[in-house]
Structures are given as C-alpha cells and as structure tokens.
Design a protein around this ligand. Structure first.
Ligand SMILES: Cc1ncc(COP(=O)(O)O)c(C=O)c1O
Length: 370
C-alpha cells in the first residue's frame, strides 16, 4: 500500500514550480491543529462543541476584520460553496418565480454551477478597461426578479477589485442583497495601503466570502461565508432530526472540524500583523516579477492590484506549453488570452528568477519564429 501512495505522491507537482494556484503550502501550525482535530465532524456540532467554538470564533475574527460587530456565518469548503450558499439564502428569502442574479463577466465558474444547481438565471455584466465590472451594465440587468448582485474583490484571472462602493449604492437603491466574492482578495485587500472599501463598511454589502485555504495559510478545505444579518443565515436552516444537533446551515452534511481548528490556529498564531507581512512579501515578489519581465519587453495586460499577474506574450498557449516542458505550472486567462501567474507564499525569489529567465528564453524563441 505504501508503494502505491508513494507513487501517487511522486506523480504530483511540487509547489516550487507551481505559479498558477491560489492555494499554497499550509502553515505548520495549521497542519498540527488539523491533525489534532482530524476526527471531529462539524456536521453534528453538538457532538463536538469545542470544535464548534473554534469555528464560531474564526467567523467572528474574520467578521471583525471585515468591520462587522456580530457576524453570522460558518466555515465552508471554499469559495464555491460560499457563493452557492449566499445565492441560495437570497433566493430562499426573496422567493420570486423566475429568479436571476447579476454577476460580473469575470465571475468565477462557480456561478455557472449555481445557475445549473439552483436553476437561477445568471446575468453577466460587462467589464471596463481595468477588467472591473461596469456599474451601468449591472444597473441595466436588474429587474424585479433579481435576488442578488455579486461583486468580486480579487478576480480569479486578473486579481482586480470591482467598484464595490458603487455596487453597494446600487444594491441599496434597489433593495437587493449584495454578495462580495472575496475568496481570494479578502485576506489581501485589508493589508494593502490605499485599497478601496469592499466589506461591511459599505452598508449595501450583505455577505462576504473569503477562503483561508488561499491566502490564509490554512489547510484545505477552508472557506468562510459571513452574512450581515441572522435572517440570511437562517434562510439556509434545515432541521436535522436524526442528529444530536437540531439543525444545519451548511451545504455538505459531514464536514471537517479539522479545517476549522486549523484556520482558527493559524489565524490566531499569525495575527493580522503576521498575515500582513506574508501578503507584503507576495506583493514585493510580484513587483520584482513585473520589473524583470518589463526589462525583456513583457508587460501585464492590466496593472496588478494584488499578487495575480496576467502577462501579454505572443502565442500564450504555446508559451505555457514550453514552460510546462521546463516544469513550470502556469495557467492562461480567457479574454484576452494571456499568461496568468499567482505569486503565493510558497514562491521563492530564487525560483522566480529561474522562471523569469525561462520565460524570456521561451518568448524570445517564439518572437523569432522558432
Ligand atoms: C474569486 C473566486 N471565487 C471563488 C473561487 C472558488 O473557490 P474554491 O475553488 O475554493 O471553491 C475562486 C477560486 O479560485 C475564486 O478565485
């Protein structure tokens, strides 16, 4: 058996060459806590009240980072579940016959799952030149059947931040809930100077999701969904007659208490100061990458707002393939097609230097028609 596991392990790519992932190597404090709580099931929290306290404490810590005195939410399996559940709550509360939601064209593909699962029309609003959602386009797509507007704080492909302040005004004017998908940016934006408001400071924002298994250094799976009001969380409540606990709010039944313990442990251990340092290092490395690539005539599609970079290169798919031959795992954006890199905490400066040299070789060859 061990041989089989070893073989499977050896077939995986290691993080030193992964430049496309929004996940990273979890902090050792998170790993230790995860192992310690490996058997606890938050599907039936009445059996694991200690783990439940850690979950509640984590939701409340993240809630206060997002300027909410009393947070209502739970730890999800990640951004996908958080988005599904936010939309489900609003659909349940505002029961209309043919519900729709308005999301940016840049929305994560979890919204396509939402359309399929919840049978909701997902209307996609245009982006502006900075790849942020155009608020006029959002306005034009709303109608009496719109149950939710979505804004993104840290888009998956370009790392941009939608004008959440404008979306918040639109949401309030039209009395429609506003969900902010901050799966990636939620644990970055609070630590960047001069960043726009994106959270509960804006009175139209009714929910925010963020993934500690991305920039929060926690173990997988760890997402967090927070609502401004209890009534939204209550819209997800299902009675659980055969459990010791009386009700459930989560999408999955059995769910890992281990991730809750890991997330609580790592966020408490680092504190916001410690996490800020990690974020700042990623941003410095991103700046380094941009300086070096600009020296060889490679520029970003749009000025990065965080540690996600989309680079304009000739024949991006070919570039990605050739880089893959050299072991680098990077991805491609859809529109425009470009090379997408995410500079996560596992990225080391020395590795980035080697990558930049490989990238400039590959691009030079392609430019010269090779
Ligand atoms: C903005 C955004 N939302 C949601 C998700 C989905 O997160 P997960 O893969 O953890 O479900 C991602 C993942 O990259 C994301 O970038």
């Amino acid at each position: 058996m061990d041989d089989i596991l070893k073989k499977a392990e050896s077939e995986n790519f290691t993080y030193d060459k992964i430049l496309s992932s929004m996940c990273t190597i979890p902090h050792p404090v998170a790993v230790r806590a995860h192992l310690r709580f490996i058997h606890s099931n938050l599907g039936d929290p009445a059996l694991f009240p200690g783990t439940k306290k850690l979950e509640d404490e984590t939701v409340s810590m993240i809630g206060s980072l997002f300027h909410l005195k009393r947070a209502y939410g739970y730890l999800t399996s990640g951004g996908t579940e958080s988005n599904i559940q936010a939309v489900r709550a609003y659909r349940n509360l505002l029961s209309v016959e043919k519900p729709n939601i308005v999301v940016p064209q840049s929305a994560h593909f979890s919204f396509d799952k939402i359309s399929d699962l919840l049978k909701i029309e997902v209307r996609k609003a245009r982006l502006n030149r900075e790849y942020q959602v155009d608020s006029d386009s959002v306005r034009s797509l709303l109608d009496e059947n719109t149950v939710c507007i979505v804004g993104i704080a840290g888009t998956t492909e370009f790392g941009q931040i939608d004008p959440i302040e404008e979306l918040s005004e639109i949401a309030e004017e039209n009395k429609i809930p506003l969900h902010v998908d901050a799966a990636f940016g939620g644990l970055i934006i609070p630590f960047l100077s001069g960043s726009p408001k994106f959270d509960f400071q804006l009175s139209g924002v009714t929910s925010v999701s963020v993934d500690p298994h991305k920039m929060g250094m926690s173990t997988i799976p760890s997402g967090c969904l927070i609502f401004r009001r209890k009534k939204y969380l209550d819209a997800l409540k299902i009675p659980t007659p055969y459990l010791v606990s009386k009700e459930q709010y989560s999408l999955s039944g059995t769910r890992p208490g281990a991730s809750a313990a890991a997330t609580y442990a790592v966020l408490s251990h680092l504190g916001w100061k410690g996490l800020k340092k990690i974020v700042e290092r990623c941003i410095r490395l991103t700046q380094f990458l941009l300086e070096k690539t600009s020296e060889v005539g490679i520029f970003p599609v749009v000025e990065p707002r965080m540690n996600v970079v989309a680079l304009k290169v000739p024949k991006p798919k070919k570039v990605a393939e050739r880089l893959s031959d050299r072991g680098w795992k990077i991805s491609i954006t859809r529109k425009p097609v470009s090379l997408r890199l995410v500079i996560m905490p596992h990225v080391k400066r020395e590795n980035l230097q080697i990558f930049i040299s490989d990238l400039s070789d590959v691009v030079r060859d392609i430019r010269s028609g090779d």
